[in-house]
Design a protein around this ligand. Structure first.
Ligand code: FAD
Ligand code: NAD
Length: 459
């Protein structure tokens, strides 16, 4: 043991929530040790949300420019990935250097230790650093925010090939001619469309019978149409069974066909970082996929341990990590309420069109035994959608509990779908009666005015 520290709180893993929580606890006067083995801020700023959204912002600008001829003029669009790669390297990630984030954390009063942290029995943490082990005795609590790694399925031939995960995709400087994407979830669809709009020939292979499985089927259909219009080949209902690499990839599918591509992106889900954090030293199963937490973010069955972020299995989103961090902050500072409430969890998938959604899908509401009513409005049939013309595909879908006369879920698919969903998040969260929603003013001609049409169609 090369070092021994004491602290009120240790935060192991500094993803978006852990970084925010550690700094906030320190500002509240507690002594805090923050531990991360990679980059302070986690997946979102360096490999996830921010670089991917920079790619998408550029790709959407290209797509919008290509729509100009339909609406008024001539454009000559010549994509240049260098601008995107430079922006990600220089503006988003400081060339994957977290110096600024570490300084910000230390300025807030956090003692930062870079290394692999693990629990070492109740009230103790051990951090393996480049210079040896540091032990920490903890007075008030340990918070786990260790997040995820890309999951790589055990497909024959895949290991050892130069496949990408999201961490490679956001660092690409020279675009491949062709790209196969294994997985049609949020990561696969967002990145597939961004690369396709820069001229890469893209195929998406999804084992489930549709892309964006957690979304409403109508949302999957709209996004699939748009991806196909971008020239992407979308294969659903067929898994990848084998991969071979010899200067290019050959990807064997369960139906006996194969896809060839110069590059392969594995976007097949995430694996939680829980196997090597010493869960067994506090009586928990280290093979668990998600940690069970109370509404105060305390780990069930273990005193003095909190968990936040993707490892809690409540939704792998930056806003969830931050939301849970604020709950843990209040609890650790002895100020309990409000506690966690997951009825109106929202998300936005930044395909074009965007998919904003909140709460339950129609199927989830039916499986919950509710008396369900549904209303759908097609955006191209709304005044704004008709005016918008090119790029207007989309819809509003609302899911109501007819017994309580409130919305329990909704989707907004279309231009700015991730923004339009905001008002429906408020409706689900605050359980605003349908009659009150129907009596609102909806500005003309906006996309959100289609919500009024969907509400009037609920049956
Ligand atoms: C390509 C991509 C795009 C995404 N886009 C969005 C988006 O648009 N919107 C959105 O809301 N979400 C998005 N997400 C999800 C989002 O990135 C995560 O939900 C978010 O980062 C929250 O994760 P977290 O707080 O659980 O921890 P993470 O961000 O995963 O960070 C965990 C940290 O813990 C560290 N760590 C792990 N184990 C240890 C250990 N034993 N000791 C020390 N340190 C450790 C890691 O080094 C890491 O820094 C995206 C993800 C990806 C991959
Ligand atoms: N905009 C956002 O908020 C955003 C964007 C990206 C990621 N994220 C978060 O990151 C998480 C992980 O994203 P993801 O897209 O990697 O995971 P995911 O679990 O959403 O999707 C992975 C997909 O890969 C498919 N798949 C798995 N194995 C396969 C195989 N062998 N062959 C073919 N298909 C296979 C699955 O059926 C699934 O549809 C998301 O759940 C989301 O919470 C959020």
């Amino acid at each position: 043991m090369t070092g021994q520290l004491e602290a009120d709180v240790v935060v192991i893993g500094l993803g978006p929530g852990g970084e925010h929580l550690a700094a906030s606890l320190a500002r509240a006067g507690l002594s805090v040790v923050g531990v991360d083995r990679r980059l302070v801020g986690g997946e979102c700023p360096y490999y996830g949300c921010i670089p991917s959204k920079m790619m998408i912002r550029a790709a959407d600008a290209l797509a919008e420019a290509r729509r100009v001829p339909v609406l008024g003029g001539v454009t000559d669009v010549r994509p240049d990935w260098t601008t995107v790669a430079d922006r990600i390297r220089d503006e988003a990630t400081d060339d994957w250097d977290d110096k600024v984030a570490v300084e910000r954390l230390e300025k807030a009063g956090v003692r930062f230790v870079r290394g692999h942290g693990r629990l070492d029995g109740p009230g103790r943490v051990v951090v393996a650093t480049d210079d040896g082990e540091v032990g920490v005795s903890v007075r008030r609590g340990v918070v786990l925010n260790t997040g995820t790694e890309p999951a790589v399925p055990p497909i024959a031939g895949l290991a050892g090939t130069p496949y990408w995960t999201n961490r490679d995709a956001v660092r690409v400087r020279d675009l491949p001619r062709s790209l196969a994407v294994l997985g049609g979830g949020a990561i696969g669809c967002e990145l597939a469309q961004a690369f396709a709009r820069f001229g890469v020939e893209v195929s998406v292979i999804e084992a489930f019978d549709r892309i964006l499985g957690p979304e409403e089927p109508e949302a999957s259909d709209v996004v699939r149409r748009s991806m196909e219009a971008d020239g992407i080949v979308v294969r659903t209902g067929v898994g990848v069974t084998a991969v071979a690499y010899e200067e290019a990839f050959t990807i064997g599918l369960a139906d006996g066909t194969s896809v060839g591509a110069q590059a392969l992106l594995v976007a097949a889900g995430r694996r939680t970082n829980l196997g090597d954090v010493g869960l067994e030293t506090v009586g928990l199963d280290p093979s668990t996929r998600a940690i069970r937490v109370t509404k105060r973010m305390r780990v069930k069955g273990v005193d003095g341990l909190w968990a936040i972020g993707d490892i809690t299995g409540k939704g792998a989103f930056t806003h969830m990590s931050m939301y849970q961090a604020d709950i843990a902050l209040r609890d650790l500072c002895g100020d309990g309420k409000p506690r966690a409430d997951y009825r109106a969890v929202s998300r936005a998938t930044f395909t074009d069109p965007e998919v904003g959604s909140v709460g339950l899908t129609e199927q989830q509401a039916r499986e919950a035994g509710l008396r369900v009513g549904v209303g759908i409005a097609a955006l191209p049939e709304s005044s704004r959608g008709w005016i918008h013309k090119a790029g207007n595909d989309g819809l509003i879908k609302v899911v109501a509990d007819l017994d309580r006369d409130v919305l329990v879920g909704a989707s907004a698919v279309g231009p700015a779908g991730g923004e339009i969903i905001g008002m429906l998040v408020a409706a689900v969260h605050a359980e605003i009666p349908l009659a009150t929603l129907r009596g609102m003013h909806f500005a003309y001609p906006t996309f959100h005015r289609a919500i009024e049409t969907a509400l009037s169609a609920v049956s």
